[in-house]
Ligand binder design. Sequence first.
Ligand SMILES: [Zn+2]
Length: 213
Amino acid sequence: MLKIIENSEVFWTQKPLEASQIKKINNYPIFLPKQTHSDIVEFVSEYKDSSIYADALITSSTSFFIGVKTADCVPVLIIGDSMVGVVHAGWRGLVQSIVFKTLEKMDELGCNIKHIFVGAHICKNCYEVGQDVVDNLPGYYREERYLKTAISGKYFLDLFSMVCHQIEIFNPLIKIEHIGKYTCCNNDLFYSYRKEKTQKRNLWAIRLINKEF
Ligand SMILES: [Zn+2]
């Protein structure tokens, strides 16, 4: 699927397509990092197919897409006036503030961030986590807005609220647009590791069409 948002184009796969089948989008190559649930944010100025370790990429180039692969983690696509960014945000990356750090780096590089598109991820009603995850959350992410405790003693974590929190503390005026679909509850459209234990991944990518000055 291809969607124009401001001065960028956002692309994502839907079933049966999956990330490994997509080599180019409209003849543009896709720069994909090696994802490790880290807080590493890299600015990339030119396309390379031997990739780098990162969970967020930023570019000001219009000649390639930057992308991430997900299957329940949150894909965050950032549109600025002179750059675009993409983040793979799972609970480990969010605990390390990866969304906030990406926005901060774009800002330091002189980019004015305007709009954020959030793709399909596991929803807050399906994402059950264990005590091991809860033990790793800072106190502010154990609040009710992010973490719900069911009567059964189970915990449910809201990754999207964690993403929104990091955007809002950076700048509450940035427009946040959610795709409105989830890997778990729209499993006919998206791959979900939790639901299917699949090795297949959804691809989320973004390209800057032109710089606005
Ligand atoms: Zn769900």
